[in-house]
Write a protein of this length. Structure first.
Length: 257
């Protein structure tokens, strides 16, 4: 797995990239950065791996490669997994019930309870949310922008993978189900041929039966070989690139096999 970026900057610019695998469930066997830019790594508040760069003025290129072994490569399906009553949730999970910049359970709470409130709590209710979001939103390249919220996508009826994740997270949180945003690599294993170039993917995790479980409103099918790059409240916590100055992206490629 890996990625390539090309940048053009009028001056030296500080930037943070999140492209390296994070968390448990995998063994990082090898990795390398190819770049002339100075950089170093650190862990953010969510234990995601981040890389701080100083991009030089002019044109520059960055390439990242990694070889990862995954302990449980297929998504795990656990029908019957129960929700935890909100009064019994651990304190650190409460943050994943709250509104965040792109996930707005306070704004879409009425819709969530109208559509899903009468369903039995647990795995099947979360899957019903995934089914609805998968059917309600049409995947359209460029349909959203960096400021598009879950409510915007819900009203527009279209978006990209991060919008699918944000809307499903919003509905889960409105129903008092902790949910967090995830992004990373998904190789094309046991999946239909893609209709668009490979990109980073977004999905989400829900707290059921004392553990985090993977759900994917965009694909809505079991996938093999997910590699997590970052987890957070929404996409603002796990931005692919955060630049502290003017940067033009001139090249972009994602690889996972």
């Amino acid at each position: 797995m890996g990625c390539t970026f090309g940048f053009q900057t009028p001056q030296p610019v500080a930037a943070v990239l999140q492209v390296a695998p994070s968390g448990s469930g995998h063994e990082l066997r090898a990795e390398r950065w190819e770049t002339d830019a100075s950089h170093h790594g650190y862990l953010d508040l969510y234990e995601n791996r981040c890389e701080r760069f100083t991009l030089p003025a002019g044109a520059s290129r960055l390439r990242y490669e990694a070889e990862v072994a995954i302990a449980a490569p297929s998504d795990q399906i656990v029908p019957g997994a129960a929700e935890t009553p909100i009064m019994e949730l651990d304190d650190q999970l409460v943050a994943f019930l709250m509104p965040s910049r792109f996930c707005l359970p306070d704004e879409l709470g009425h819709e969530a309870w109208q559509r899903f409130g009468s369903l039995a709590p647990g795995w099947e209710r979360v899957q019903a949310i995934v089914d609805f979001v998968h059917g309600h939103l049409e995947w359209v390249a460029g349909a959203s922008n960096p400021w598009t919220t879950a409510a915007d996508a819900y009203r527009a009826g279209q978006g990209v993978c991060r919008d699918f994740a944000h809307l499903a997270i919003t509905f889960c949180r409105a129903l008092n189900i902790p949910a967090r945003y995830v992004f990373g690599y998904i190789p094309e294993i046991d999946a239909p041929p893609p209709t668009e170039p490979m990109d980073f993917a977004a999905w989400f995790e829900v707290w059921l039966d004392g553990a985090w479980h993977t759900f994917d409103a965009r694909n809505n099918r079991r996938r093999v070989g997910r590699v997590v790059v970052g987890r957070g409240r929404d996409a603002i916590d796990v931005a692919l690139i955060t630049s502290f100055g003017p940067v033009t992206l001139t090249e972009f490629e994602v690889r996972a096999a």
